[in-house]
Design a protein around this ligand. Sequence first.
Ligand code: ADP
Ligand code: MG
Length: 367
Amino acid sequence: MEVVLQNLTKKFPSRDRKKHEDVIAVDNFDFTIPDGKLIGLLGPSGCGKSTTLNLISGLLKPTSGRIFFGEDDVTDIPPESRGIGLVFQNYALYPHLTVKQNILFPLQNLKGKDKLSKEEMLDKAYEAAKLVQIDELMDRKPGELSGGQQQRVAIARALVKRPKVLLLDEPLSNLDARLRLQTREEIRRIQRETKITTIFVTHDQEEAMSISDMIVVMKDGVVQQIGKPQDVYDSPVNLFVAKFLGTPPINVFDGKMKENILYIGEDAVLHTKNVPDGEVYVGIRPEGFILDENGPFSCQLRSVEVMGRDSSVVATNVASLNPLIRAVMNTEHIVKTEEIVRFSLKPGKVFLFDRESEERIGFEVAL
Ligand code: ADP
Ligand code: MG
């Protein structure tokens, strides 16, 4: 099911008694979510992710704009009639019901022509339970399950009615690191198997990058960029997006363009074409540094952290906006140097940003 968001806006009255302007939780969100894809809705806390999801589910009414599921305008349709499955961070299972009863619950309220026989309901419940691999646990109560298992029950319950759209709001946040990894692979697998259009909300960029067909990066209610995870990582539209994606994060420096030479401090680190003179922010991905004793960019070496295949060269530079610079490279490239470490840069891993707007400035490399 394709989901179309058309100029979707949600304003809340201000809670602050001194500030009377509305909070614009979602600002003119315009996007067609392709059928059968998994979309990661990503951004820091408070950027409007849950509000967007709740607008799609119908739990909230938009201030303006429309929502379509396929050809159908669902904007004024209540949540229970939209054909959605919802999963929240806190599982929200009924504690006094067994797993089976929890999963059956949405089926028991079906009326009229949708009404199912007991056998049909059980079949569907077991089918959903198998999909998330909890069919062995059907007679337990939620309290007798681990967090990961409880979240699987919640997913099974959301899937049992075969929703047209599956909406997941930070579904992994209550799980420990290992379960989080495992469950996100699980969600990916289930989504691939069922091909249900899925919107997955998270503040964790790595989570979103790893399972999404496309990511939507939001800030202050405004969509910043939409694209395939790798494309957004490789071509961020602005400094915010560049900083939000990637672990370790991008290294940011004060820089200056002069006659098509990019300077960080005194170092002429890159030669470009067609970039106007002026001050810029320079973003360099951790994998954009090459250890090079004749390299143009010199930093003060602080430490080398070997982590198996890769190593981090940790350094400092007065022009750096982060306290430490992190360059990640193959361990075999590491040679113990003295206090000064010199790099050349991979141009494709270097981004320039306007100082005022923080928008990215495209450039060509001059050889
Ligand atoms: P996220 O899920 O990305 O953390 P939310 O969508 O929950 O963000 O919130 C977006 C903004 O809208 C925040 O500034 C939040 O305080 C505000 N907000 C959310 N719900 C309400 C509400 N019911 N009343 C007033 N403000 C709200
Ligand atoms: Mg939220």
